[in-house]
Design a protein around this ligand. Structure first.
Ligand SMILES: Nc1ncnc2c1ncn2[C@@H]1O[C@H](COP(=O)(O)OP(=O)(O)O)[C@@H](O)[C@H]1O
Ligand SMILES: [Mg+2]
Length: 230
């Protein structure tokens, strides 16, 4: 459903041009958990930015359901990010003067009672049912990340992009957060990037990235249909 072809991304900085990614091809189907693994600086975040339409590739094209991003207007791409995609980052980026519930509602498509009930139910599912009205600074790191996950899920996106989602959490909390993210596969897809292989233990497919290039793709699924993923 989401695929990228020959994605190359150059950054211009003071000294010249940095090639952050070189001719990457990528494909994610519905209900897949795709892990992108690699050391710091290898281009993981850059790849997510291109796949979610936040950055235009220098070369190559990204398609959602065969619709190329380059033929969409900026408004359409913004719309995609609001409706079809959800984002979880290493830092939660919650709004400090809003409660947990209000932070989730920021992403709700409509500010009505039905969505407020959904947001409460989602937070309760994530173990935060008694902390709906707490501010981010009244929550632990793992709790804040769970609020950020609820915010990424409230509009039922087709794809959740997670950029080092457990990077600031202790190991146990990180594994809990991954279990929650992983469960989203029933509704949509999860694309998670990390330098930590442990959190990708249950990924369907792991792409290893090094210096802006894919060095291996490991298909770890015996898919019901038995088809190859890539
Ligand atoms: N805005 C930018 N301007 C210039 N270089 C950048 C910019 N963002 C990232 N880079 C460079 O691109 C490469 C990949 O960065 P990034 O995608 O952030 O990697 P990762 O997420 O794997 O740590 C690095 O060499 C980084 O320094
Ligand atoms: Mg990064």
């Amino acid at each position: 459903m989401l695929h990228g072809e020959n994605l190359t991304l150059n950054y211009k900085d003071g000294e010249g041009v940095v090639e952050a990614l070189h001719e990457i091809s990528f494909r994610a189907d519905d209900h897949q958990f795709i892990g992108i693994l690699g050391p710091s600086g290898c281009g993981k975040s850059s790849l997510l930015y291109m796949l979610s339409g936040l950055r235009k590739p220098t070369k190559g094209e990204v398609y959602l359901d065969d619709r190329p991003y380059s033929r969409m207007s900026e408004n359409e791409r913004v719309g995609l990010r609001r409706t079809e995609f959800g984002f979880v980052f290493q830092q939660h980026f919650l709004i400090n003067y809003l409660t947990a519930l209000e932070n989730v509602m920021v992403s709700a498509p409509v500010q009505d009672k039905a969505h407020a009930e959904q947001a409460k139910a989602l937070l309760a599912d994530l173990g935060l049912g008694t902390k709906l009205h707490r501010f981010p600074y009244e929550l632990s790191g793992g709790e804040r990340q769970r609020v950020a996950i609820a915010r990424a899920m409230i509009h039922r996106p087709r794809i959740i992009f997670a950029d080092e989602p457990t990077g600031l959490l202790d190991r146990r909390t990180g594994l809990q957060v991954m279990a929650i993210l992983r469960s989203y596969r029933e509704q949509g897809s999860l694309i998670a990037v990390t330098h930590n292989p442990e959190i990708l233990a249950e990924a369907d497919l792991i792409m290893k990235l090094r210096d802006g290039q894919i060095v291996s793709v490991e298909d770890r699924v015996t898919r019901r249909s038995g088809e190859a993923v890539l």
